[in-house]
Design a binder for this molecule. Structure first.
Ligand SMILES: [Zn+2]
Length: 263
């Protein structure tokens, strides 16, 4: 029997729906889920939603984004398709494109198409998905801030402080929403604390600050200690990206000072 991966609309757990069934019982929360409620009523819609959930299950948020988008084109009021698109938006978009503000907008649109218990459950699930998205993006965000700080040191970008403050505020407001959607979500409240204290934005492991070493060196060291073999290329790539950027900035400084000499 073919099983379709999906998310329980009541508790957010990963569930498997036997192909062709009309309803399924969630083994985590015991709720009965109507397939037409979760995946939509037409076969075209169900097809899009199935593809989207399958892609999410494989960690492929880019493909899932496209499938949810198509599902919304078919039924623009399906709250699960909109909530799915919200998660993908937070996972795949560039930090510069303000993905977190957009993610919140989409979640709130999803809530507006659900009411009562359905909306409450949707909010709870949104809350835990937001925490996942913000945690997953931690290294991307701290790298962005580190690069902004680096360009500030060299005076290349005016308004850098402004950019950093805006980014930090956006992250904080996003997690505040997660706390608001589900006040009992302890992970959300502790993440918010981490953000308010600033420790979230520090790259690497804040508990293992190595004095005398540069930030990127200690970060790469800590990351590689934590990383198993399969992930090593990521660490190397990040390190390469960093040194590549620093090198570019160095070349820039040299070019500018050389220009000044000749003028
Ligand atoms: Zn459930």
């Amino acid at each position: 029997m073919h099983l379709i991966p999906a998310k329980c609309p009541d508790c957010g757990a990963d569930i498997k729906i036997p192909d062709g069934s009309t309803q399924v019982k969630c083994e985590y929360c015991g709720g009965t889920i109507l397939i037409t409620d979760l995946l939509g009523s037409t076969s075209l819609m169900q097809n899009c939603m199935t593809l989207a959930y399958t892609a999410i299950n494989e960690g492929n948020y880019k493909d899932a984004y496209q499938h949810f988008n198509r599902a919304i084109e078919i039924d623009m009021k399906n709250p699960y398709a909109i909530a799915g698109l919200a998660v993908c938006t937070g996972m795949v978009n560039k930090i510069n494109d303000k993905p977190f503000n957009r993610m919140i907008e989409l979640f709130e649109r999803a809530f507006s198409y659900a009411d009562g218990v359905k909306q409450q459950n949707l909010k709870k699930n949104a809350s835990s998905e937001i925490v996942k998205v913000i945690k997953k993006n931690k290294s991307r965000i701290s790298l962005d801030i580190e690069l902004l700080n680096l360009s500030k040191l060299n005076n290349f970008l005016p308004q850098t402080d402004d950019k950093i403050t805006k980014l930090k505020t956006a992250i904080q407001e996003t997690v505040q929403k997660a706390c608001e959607y589900d006040p009992e979500n302890k992970e959300a409240s502790s993440l918010l604390q981490e953000i308010s204290s600033g420790s979230y934005f520090k790259s690497g492991n804040e508990n293992m600050e190595i004095p005398g070493k540069t930030l990127s060196e200690s970060q790469v060291k800590i990351q590689s200690e934590h990383t198993i073999d399969a992930n090593k290329p990521t660490v190397k790539r990040q390190a390469a990206q960093k040194s590549g950027c620093s090198l570019m900035i160095l070349i820039f400084i040299l070019a500018i000072s050389a220009g000044e000499l000749f003028l």
